[in-house]
Design a protein around this ligand. Structure first.
Ligand code: URA
Length: 232
């Protein structure tokens, strides 16, 4: 891909602006040599304003989403995209979240611009488990493990039972839940059906991939090894 188009697609600016950036010598290789519009330098070797270029198309990001941020590109209020560089909003192809977390849910959120990867993660065939840490208003009543594992639990206004979910007690007011699907407000509705109320909800894992070391509001680009943990 020509350099102007590559930079414009990564969101650094319009094609016109990128022509100017190249002409002004802001785009160089790792040795500081100015690149021309038709340079064939490898993506990893290109610097823009002395900084390595953003990851090429096919990127997967992991974010530790804080509470109060909405998984949308153009809603009111604080958005998960506010935590990424501005130019990530205008990348082509677009960077989308892989599934969503509620505004008042924190934790592991993935983004990608790779539609095939996105569908692989959310496809029921892949059966990627998602692990949630749940804090509850009232003590657990002891019925949860059996009910959640039954494969027969029905949520209000739905016509298909939930798939069996894993359940682990942490203490009397908190638990770890492992889901194999993603229905609307699923965790909150499952506990509401037991007469309880979720006060805090955090996703800690997608497949075998965890948040390790990524602080709240922070994000990182996943390596191939980290991506493959999702499917383990
Ligand atoms: N279940 C919920 O209730 N909310 C989420 O954000 C994710 C799962």
């Amino acid at each position: 891909m020509r350099l102007v188009k590559l930079l414009a697609n990564l969101g650094y600016g319009s094609r016109k602006e990128m022509q100017i950036a190249i002409r002004n010598g802001w785009v160089t290789d790792a040795n500081g040599n100015r690149l021309k519009a038709d340079s064939k330098t490898a993506h990893a070797e290109i610097l823009f304003d002395d900084q390595p270029l953003d990851p090429a198309q096919g990127v997967v990001l992991l974010m530790n989403k804080p509470l109060g941020y909405t998984c949308s590109a153009k809603d009111q209020g604080r958005l998960v995209y506010d935590l990424l560089p501005d130019r990530f909003r205008v990348r082509k192809p677009a960077l989308s979240t892989i599934g969503r977390l509620d505004k008042e849910t924190s934790g592991l959120l993935l983004f990608t611009d790779d539609g095939t990867f996105l569908h692989r993660v959310i496809s029921p065939k892949s059966d990627v488990p998602k692990v949630y840490e749940v804090a509850l208003d009232r003590p657990l009543n002891g019925s949860e493990a059996t009910l959640f594992a039954s494969g027969e639990m029905m949520l209000e206004s739905e016509d298909k039972p939930l798939k069996p979910a894993g359940f682990e007690v942490i203490d009397e007011n908190s638990a770890r839940l492992t889901l194999h699907e993603g229905r609307y407000h699923q965790v909150r509705r499952m506990f509401a059906a037991t007469g309880n109320h979720v006060t805090e909800l955090k996703r800690s894992q997608v497949g075998a991939l965890g948040l390790d070391g990524v602080g709240e509001g922070e994000w990182k680009v996943l390596s191939d090894a980290e991506k493959s943990l999702i499917f383990q």
